[in-house]
Write a new protein. Structure first.
Length: 125
């Protein structure tokens, strides 16, 4: 779902093409790229039974050799994901909410700027 939303966004795909990876990055991937990971899933049980709505925590990380490029991609990710709702690959998304961002990180050993974003995704079951 995250891949589909980001890769169909013109701003994001214009910067990273299809270099949007779940969890791990291929060894020789070129910069810039995006990774995303599911951090947790919280059910919202109600008095009538099991959860009909889960809140899935997702982390999106943007890596680039250029600070401005990393910031542009991060802004594109936020614009594409924040407040998204709809059905994607048969997953019914009630709403995606941007929750926080850590930016301006620099990984000196790789010479890469890194922006990390967290989202809460409300998924209807």
């Amino acid at each position: 779902m995250i891949y589909d939303i980001l890769s169909s966004d013109g701003t994001v795909s214009g910067e990273v093409s299809t270099r949007i990876y779940p969890d791990t990055v291929p060894q020789n991937a070129s910069f810039p790229y995006i990774t995303y990971s599911v951090i947790n899933t919280l059910p919202t049980d109600d008095k009538d039974g099991g959860s009909r709505l889960d809140v899935v925590g997702v982390q999106v990380d943007i890596y680039s050799r250029d600070y401005s490029e990393a910031q542009t991609i991060a802004a594109g990710c936020r614009a594409a994901l924040d407040r998204y709702s709809g059905t994607n690959n048969s997953v019914k998304v009630d709403k995606i909410k941007f929750s926080n961002e850590s930016s301006g990180n620099y990984q000196q050993d790789l010479g890469v700027f890194w922006v990390s974003q967290d989202y809460d995704i409300r998924v209807k079951r």
